[in-house]
Each structure stands twice: as C-alpha cells, then as structure tokens.
Design a protein around this ligand. Structure first.
Ligand code: SF4
Ligand code: F3S
Length: 112
C-alpha cells in the first residue's frame, strides 16, 4: 500500500505535506508534487495536512493510474523536504476540474 498525490494538487502545491513526512518521499514538479510509492511507509500523516485533499491511499477506487503517475514522476523530479509558498493562484484553483489537462506539465520543480 502507498499514499499518492492526485490531480487537485496541480496548480495549488501548498507543500504542507512535506513537513510531516517521516521518510522524505515527496518529489517536486513545476505544477505539483508526487510521492514515491516504494518509499512511502503508509503512515497516513500527510493526508489530513493537505488543504485541497489531494492525497489519497491507493486503496480508494481508481487509484492505479495515480500510483503509476506518482511512480513515473518521482523518479524524474527532485526530492522536496521543506515547505515553500504555494503557487500564486492556489486558492482559486482548488477544486477545479480538468487540472491535469489545463495546468500540468512534466517539468521538474526546484526541490529543496
Ligand atoms: Fe510520507 Fe506517510 Fe504520507 Fe507516505 S503516508 S507520503 S510516508 S507522510
Ligand atoms: Fe499538493 Fe497538498 Fe502537498 S496541494 S503539495 S499534496 S499539501
């Protein structure tokens, strides 16, 4: 089992989650974070810390694609262990539909 970041992180990226993860398994893209599924120890402490509820356990329905999505980008992007400012329009983008198509890109974030 693992926890994964899903599409409501896109264009928000509040980063509260990285502050509580005991194993530093969040990785930063330009528009969102992901979790490395093989590093996550399933502690669950990050889930309630995310303002837009973008973190879910893979036991919820239809999570397979998000596990593979998180795995793919966690290998490509740098680790992030320090909270930073959310993206500029984070509050306005929270809850929008179609964020993957509208805002996501594969660019790495700065990490740190
Ligand atoms: Fe880190 Fe625990 Fe969240 Fe996994 S469930 S990403 S180990 S805080
Ligand atoms: Fe994203 Fe939520 Fe973390 S918005 S950066 S998963 S706190």
């Amino acid at each position: 089992m693992t926890y994964v970041v899903t599409d409501n992180c896109i264009a928000c990226k509040y980063t509260d989650c990285v502050e509580v993860c005991p194993v530093d398994c969040f990785y930063e893209g330009e528009t969102m974070l992901v979790i490395h599924p093989d590093e996550c120890i399933d502690c669950g402490v990050c889930e309630p810390e995310c303002p837009p509820d973008a973190i879910s356990p893979d036991t919820e329905p239809d999570m397979d694609k998000w596990v593979e999505f998180n795995r793919k980008y966690s290998i490509m992007w740098p680790v992030i262990i320090t909270k930073k400012d959310a993206l500029p329009d984070a509050d306005a983008r929270d809850g929008e539909t179609g964020k993957l198509e509208s805002y996501f890109n594969e660019n790495a974030g700065a990490g740190g």
